[in-house]
Design a protein around this ligand. Structure first.
Ligand SMILES: [Zn+2]
Length: 198
């Protein structure tokens, strides 16, 4: 496997000067080390991992996101990916998502949010001159990970600040409908869904 740290160091737990320097610079966390160490071990069982590359691991709110280089998962079939995920979940004691990086940050976000879809992207300039990207997803229902996790993964992997919104939301409509002002509100809902389908 293509790793940013020597696989020998990962196995022994003693880091050479080059790897130590990377760790001192804070490029990789203890979690990265744990995941890389486990992946090196797993190469024996999952030989296709030898052609994979490691990018980084992000500890999200509700899951650990293991990001591999583009094309790393190509050779692993669905069953092998599920097995790999299960082993890593047992090791890390948290749900795990294994995904591939993409050179284009938007393509990467598309992979993270699946089965949700991106419907619009806007750039926002903040008063301090920094930039934030507003990503609008199709429906809150389709985002299966926590919003905070998504923001963290994109920030750590792509160094990009994002803000998430949805074209259609869950709670608001549900609550207003139950409150009884049925007719006008349900019309609004219907109009919204009409316009979004175009
Ligand atoms: Zn080393």
């Amino acid at each position: 496997m293509d790793l940013p740290l020597c696989s020998f160091d990962l196995r022994t737990g003693i880091f050479c000067p080059r790897c130590s320097e990377k760790l001192e610079r804070g490029l990789y966390t203890d979690l990265d080390i744990r995941v890389m160490k486990k992946l090196v071990e797993l190469e024996k069982e999952f030989t296709k991992l030898q052609r994979a590359g490691y990018v980084r691991t992000v500890d999200g709110e509700d899951a650990v996101f293991i990001v591999l280089k583009e094309g790393s998962l190509r050779d692993l079939d669905f069953r092998e990916q599920a097995q790999l995920r299960k082993i890593l979940e047992k090791e890390l004691e948290k749900p795990v998502r294994i995904l591939e990086d993409a050179a284009d940050p938007i393509k990467f976000i598309e992979k993270v949010v699946v089965p949700a879809r991106i419907v619009a992207i806007n750039k926002i300039w903040l008063p301090d001159g920094s930039e934030e990207t507003r990503i609008i997803l199709d429906h809150e229902r389709n985002l299966k990970i926590k919003r905070e996790s998504l923001i963290r993964v994109v920030e750590e992997v792509k160094e990009m600040k994002i803000n998430i919104d949805f074209e259609k939301k869950l709670a608001v409509y549900g609550r207003t409908r139950r409150r009884g002002k049925k007719t006008t509100l349900s019309h609004e809902v219907m109009n919204n869904s009409d316009s979004s389908q175009k």
